[in-house]
Design a protein around this ligand. Structure first.
Ligand code: OGA
Ligand code: NI
Length: 384
């Protein structure tokens, strides 16, 4: 239908062009129009853009303006809490109690902590980063099958955050794969799928242990979060972020300030810094963390379930002009069909009424992933 319209509207000018310049020029002109359209509708990945030989400045679509009144970024990261995961199963009850208390404090005061002694082999973590990098190094043709179409597609290779909605583009390409309750994975590069499956299982165990501890820190049963939010069929999304070197890093943003949608997010990276978290209203750099540790942040559904006791932390990723940064993020949430509301035990009609309206996790996810991402505005939509 569209083609018919184009032919009808273009028919006469095309004929005129053909009469004036001949067949050869006419074919050339059509080819030019075709290529221009193809380039325009193709996804503009930043990896490819950053590899252009003469790139000295960024295209204006990547110009991101930060708030000029924002206070300077602090490096006071020494105080970022550290949780020793092995103590959660210590035979000594006083050590268990202590680490649960520390976990609760970390969620309340920071919404962010690093986890050590978690039992996931460092080799596996390194392989995950390495294989993820190999994915981005596949040819455009090999990656094409995975280009995103819909926000709940199990495998999505894309750029920015939501390239259909974003007014300013993020200096970031990504791969997002749903790995639980059903496991998916791209079939390339070789070995990626096996590594991803193992990593998904091992990280789910860490998340389960942490959420059990967090449950107790809220004064709930150890398995309250696990059972109420049906973690056995919980959603787990494996995300790789690729931030190539950017010629004007101060003008661009890797990922703008946002909070994550699930319960807890685990992050590792290739040793290049860029993550910043908001703590007491100020941005803090997260650079030097223990090698082999997980960086963990609280997400929106923990804020909802805890009735606001543990807030989801706002964070962002900045870029640099020297090295490519890769982060591998595992987002862990309730099962998609769970209607999430504040835990009954934490709500008191008079003294502590529910701060959030109930919403199905699937609907929340579609709302967050289908829009531009702006701070905590998505969570604000379900706030009472
Ligand atoms: C994310 C995220 C931060 C980073 O993927 O949600 O916040 O450092 N990533 O890549
Ligand atoms: Ni995030």
């Amino acid at each position: 239908m569209v083609y018919v319209k184009i032919i009808i509207t273009c028919g006469n000018p095309l004929l005129l062009y053909f009469r004036m310049y001949g067949l050869y020029a006419c074919i050339n002109m059509l080819l030019y129009v075709y290529i221009t359209c193809a380039v325009h509708f193709k996804m503009n990945f930043v990896k490819r853009l950053s590899e252009s030989p003469d790139l000295n400045s960024i295209p204006s679509i990547y110009t991101y303006s930060t708030n000029p009144n924002e206070s300077p970024v602090s490096n006071s990261q020494d105080s970022i809490p550290t949780i020793d995961f092995s103590l959660l199963t210590s035979p000594d009850p006083s050590l268990r109690l202590q680490v649960i208390q520390e976990l609760g404090d970390a969620c309340k005061d920071w919404g962010f902590f690093q986890v050590i002694n978690h039992g996931v082999p460092e080799d596996l973590m390194n392989m995950v980063v390495e294989k993820s990098n190999e994915f981005f190094n596949l040819t455009d043709d090999e990656k094409k099958d995975f280009e995103e179409k819909d926000v709940l597609d199990p495998i999505r290779y894309g750029t920015s955050f939501n390239s259909k909605k974003d007014k300013v583009f993020c200096w970031r390409d990504f791969l997002k794969v749903i790995v639980h309750p059903e496991f998916h994975s791209p079939n390339k590069p070789v070995g990626f799928s096996e590594i991803m499956l193992e990593y998904s299982k091992r990280t789910r165990e860490v998340v389960r242990g942490l959420l059990n501890g967090i449950s107790m820190s809220l004064g709930l049963d150890q398995c309250c979060i696990e059972n109420t939010l049906k973690l056995e069929s919980g959603l787990q999304i494996f995300v790789v972020n690729l931030y190539p070197p950017c010629p004007q890093p101060e003008l661009a943003i890797g990922l703008p300030p946002h909070s994550d949608h699930g319960l807890l997010t685990l992050l590792i990276n290739n040793g290049v810094g860029g993550l910043q978290i908001k703590h007491n209203g100020k941005w803090v750099n997260v650079n030097d963390t223990f090698p082999g540790s997980f960086l963990v942040n609280t997400a929106d559904h923990l804020e909802i379930f805890s009735n606001g006791k543990y807030k989801s932390v706002e964070h962002r990723a900045i870029v640099n002009n020297v090295a490519t940064r890769i982060s591998v993020v595992v987002a862990n949430g309730p099962s998609l069909d769970t209607v999430v509301r504040p835990a009954y035990e934490l709500v008191d009609e008079e003294r502590c009424p529910a701060s959030f309206v109930p919403m199905k996790y699937r609907e929340y996810l579609e709302m967050q992933q289908g829009n531009q991402i702006v701070g905590k505005t998505c969570l604000d939509r379900v706030r009472v």
